[in-house]
Ligand binder design. Structure first.
Ligand SMILES: [Fe+2]
Length: 289
């Protein structure tokens, strides 16, 4: 039986042919979610090998948010110069010059990101602003986060959002690394699940949701679909559609960051609790991703 909703294994998505003359000097760039999946926004996955760069650019039509999955980079945003590591979330508002360079001699820099409410790459309004220079790479770092012009948040510093077990939140914690307090038009949230914890059935009437499996092994329900997800998989949930996520592991944690698109936080998402995930739900599989 086929899935009605998108369950996507990123490594199975064909890389795009990116135009180096427009500053896309990256090893691999994948469009993971876009209007093709019915989404209002474009999610990407990029691998920057040693020496690779997102050269200087701005997006005239959308904000961009990205997260460092692995590696070590130097990011520019306006006058900010910051080294980024796994666990960093960076918000780049519309129209702001920004760039990203892999600083490692050996390891790739892997990021996932969102062009917020740009349903395909063509309408994001990318403007190439030239190449990153040696002076850019050697410039003093903006060391104090209080001195940053644009939000850069590390996941270890994000406060937890209080949620209710009575409304189906049995996972260990939930937080919002980027939300309206940072000026984000789409909330970047993160759920952290210990073994066998479940975010029970619910829907968000006011927003689409994209969920990325950063680590672990889960079972996601979307409408009538039931699909197992592993590290590096993504699922997309339309507004108003029932969904849930269970950690299937006996021993491993599951971490699942993602977006509530077009709302500044869970409290604006139109959250409705819809009941427990049953033993029967946990046995069902629509197919393999
Ligand atoms: Fe949700």
């Amino acid at each position: 039986m086929a899935f009605e909703h998108p369950y996507i294994r990123i490594k199975n998505v064909a890389p795009e042919k990116m135009d180096e003359s427009q500053g896309w000097t990256v090893s691999e760039f994948r469009v993971v979610i876009s209007e093709k999946e019915g989404a209002s926004s474009t999610m990407y996955h990029a691998t920057l090998g040693p020496g690779d760069r997102f050269q200087k650019r701005r997006n005239d039509n959308c904000d961009e948010q990205y997260y460092v999955v692995s590696g070590h980079g130097l990011a520019g945003a306006g006058t900010d110069r910051v080294e980024v590591h796994p666990g960093h979330y960076h918000l780049i508002p519309k129209g702001v010059e920004h760039w990203l360079a892999n600083l490692s001699r050996n390891e790739p820099l892997v990021v996932i990101g969102l062009f917020d409410r740009a349903p395909n790459m063509g309408v994001a309004g990318h403007v190439h602003l030239g190449d990153i220079t040696e002076d850019d790479l050697n410039a003093p770092r903006t060391l104090d986060s209080a001195g940053l012009e644009y939000p850069l948040v590390h996941q270890d510093a994000v406060p937890m959002v209080k949620v209710s077990r009575d409304e189906g939140w049995t996972q260990d914690y939930f937080c919002e690394p980027l939300n309206r307090s940072h000026g984000a038009g789409s909330c970047w949230m993160m759920g952290y699940f210990g073994p066998h914890t479940i975010h029970m059935k619910h829907r968000h009437d006011n927003c689409e949701e994209i969920c990325y499996i950063l680590k672990g092994h889960g079972l996601a329900g979307i409408g009538a679909d039931r699909g197992e997800l592993a590290t590096g998989d993504v699922h997309y949930i339309p507004a108003g559609c029932e969904h849930w996520l269970a950690n299937l592991s006996d021993t491993e944690d599951l971490a699942a960051p993602g977006w509530y698109i077009g709302v500044g936080g869970l409290d604006e998402s139109g959250f409705n609790y819809m009941g427990q995930v049953t033993e029967e739900d946990l046995k069902q599989r629509t197919g393999e991703i």
